[in-house]
Write a protein that binds this ligand. Structure first.
Ligand SMILES: *Cc1c(COP(=O)(O)O)cnc(C)c1O
Length: 454
């Protein structure tokens, strides 16, 4: 029976010595100690020195591995909140990297040599692309809504239609945000119908603003009535009140022109009389996580002066990535080439089908007998608050178990795919595991690691 070696002897084994060269002595010693400790308290037979060295090397590699891992998003949801939403444009990545690597004029006026305002880096572009007079940026859209409410309506009332008191994924609930902003919510209308007169009747001496919230991933159908933006704007302005809208995804361009489901366009909101609009940076905009606030100059000035603005401000990385993303919109005819979000959303169906046809036999060969692997038409989704039933035609590699007990087998297969070096995330539907090919751009990398399934 083997006896446990000393830490010293263990780390002198060739594999571990090489790892120490790469990651330093301390990390490898820590890993070796942990492995020896496990065997000391394990009570089982002690493995050979080679085996122990291998275990210590695995432990050392584990300690250098990152938790934030790249994955293949084959769920069919392009803007998948749990998988990081928008993939950024190369120009945005480069510009953010510059801001990280070098000193940069973040709050520095290069013309005068005096102090600058970080918002000015993107404010001009946001105004140009939305028609707003002024703009500011915070950490995400939830923060934008919180800040706008706190700054424009703190300790007073905001009127919202009952049909728009929605919960967006990730626990963003309009009534909760109102409470956190110290704003009293005044609900008007009913779940399915709200009229202009409901807004009129709710306005009193404590009213600070009228608000609309884009229902995003939810729709009320049938006997319904909502009040149009321009109508709410007219009522608000007749009473000297600001009209706020939380757009959620808020597109800068008309998606219908690209053959995609309609989403509200920020410029149209401003044109319809919305005084302050908020929207996300990493949804349809296709940029970094951020909350954009655009609107009337006096109101934006007030918002920027609120103490929460300092707490919610964005980093130089975000501003770098956002600036380069917004610049891409100055070349609208190249958006579907330069912004991954639009490239993936508008990927030609034939191209996706051909990719699925190439991948299906490789997946089938890797999985071996026990599975039927075919190509099937599916519907991809935009994601991130766009209507789930508005699907975009796509194609998937469809993996179905040949035998019975399919539920367990499918779950086990999904586990195996997630355990690959670049985890593959699909979706289970109708007794099959679907790998929607819309977002697979790294064909070579994906096929190369299929070997490991064998
Ligand atoms: C997504 C969404 C939010 C939250 O935006 P984040 O950028 O995720 O903070 C708020 N409101 C609406 C209507 C949304 O769709």
């Amino acid at each position: 029976m083997n006896r446990l070696p000393s830490v010293d002897l263990l780390i002198r084994q060739p594999g571990l010595a090489a790892l120490a060269g790469e990651h330093g002595h301390n990390l490898v010693v820590g890993a070796a100690r942990a492995v020896l400790e496990r065997h000391r308290s394990g009570g089982e037979a002690v493995p050979s020195l080679d085996m122990l060295a291998e275990q210590a090397a695995a432990e050392a590699r584990g300690r250098t591995a990152t938790a934030l891992q790249r994955v293949y998003n084959l769920t069919g949801t392009v803007l998948h909140t749990n998988l990081g939403r928008a993939q950024l444009a190369e120009a945005a990545i480069d510009h953010a990297a510059m801001a990280m690597r070098e000193a940069c004029a973040l709050e520095f006026d290069l013309a005068t040599g005096g102090r600058g305002d970080r918002d000015t880096i993107v404010e001009g572009l946001i105004c140009e692309l939305t028609g707003a007079e002024a703009a500011t940026v915070v950490n995400n859209n939830a923060a934008a809504v919180l800040l706008v409410l706190a700054a424009l309506a703190g300790r007073r009332e905001v009127v919202v239609s009952r049909g728009e008191l929605v919960e967006i994924g990730g626990a963003f609930r309009v009534p909760d945000v109102m409470r956190a902003a110290n704003v009293k919510l005044v609900e008007v209308g009913t779940t399915n119908r709200t009229h202009a007169r409901d807004f009129e009747a709710a306005i009193g001496p404590k009213t600070a603003a009228l608000m609309k919230v884009h229902a995003s991933n939810y729709r009320i159908e049938g006997f319904t009535k909502a009040v149009a933006q321009s109508e709410v704007a007219a009522i608000a302005h007749a009473h000297g009140l600001p009209f706020i809208e939380d757009l959620g995804a808020g597109s800068l361009i008309d998606l219908v022109a690209l053959g995609l489901p309609a989403e509200p366009v920020v410029r149209d909101c401003i044109a319809a009389g919305v005084d302050v609009v908020t929207f996300s940076g990493d949804k349809l905009l296709g940029g970094p996580q951020a909350g954009l606030i655009a609107g009337r100059k006096d109101l934006i000035a007030k918002i920027k002066k609120h103490p929460l603005k300092r707490a919610l401000r964005v980093s130089k990385m975000t501003l770098g990535a956002l600036e380069a993303t917004l610049l891409a919109y100055r070349k609208p005819d190249l958006l579907t080439r330069d912004l991954p979000t639009y490239r993936l959303l508008t990927r030609p169906e034939g191209e996706i089908a051909a990719l699925a046809e190439r991948m299906a036999p490789l997946v089938g060969a890797a999985l071996g007998t026990g599975w039927h692997v075919t190509v099937t038409p599916v519907g991809s989704q935009v994601g991130s608050g766009s209507l789930p039933e508005e699907v975009i035609a796509s194609h998937a590699v469809c993996i179905a178990p040949a035998g019975k007990g399919s539920g367990k087998a499918l779950a086990a297969l999904a586990d195996r795919l997630r355990a690959l070096p670049v985890p593959v995330i699909g979706r289970v539907a109708g007794g099959s595991l679907l790998l929607d090919m819309r977002c697979l751009e790294d064909e070579a990398g994906f096929s190369a690691q299929l070997e490991l399934l064998k």
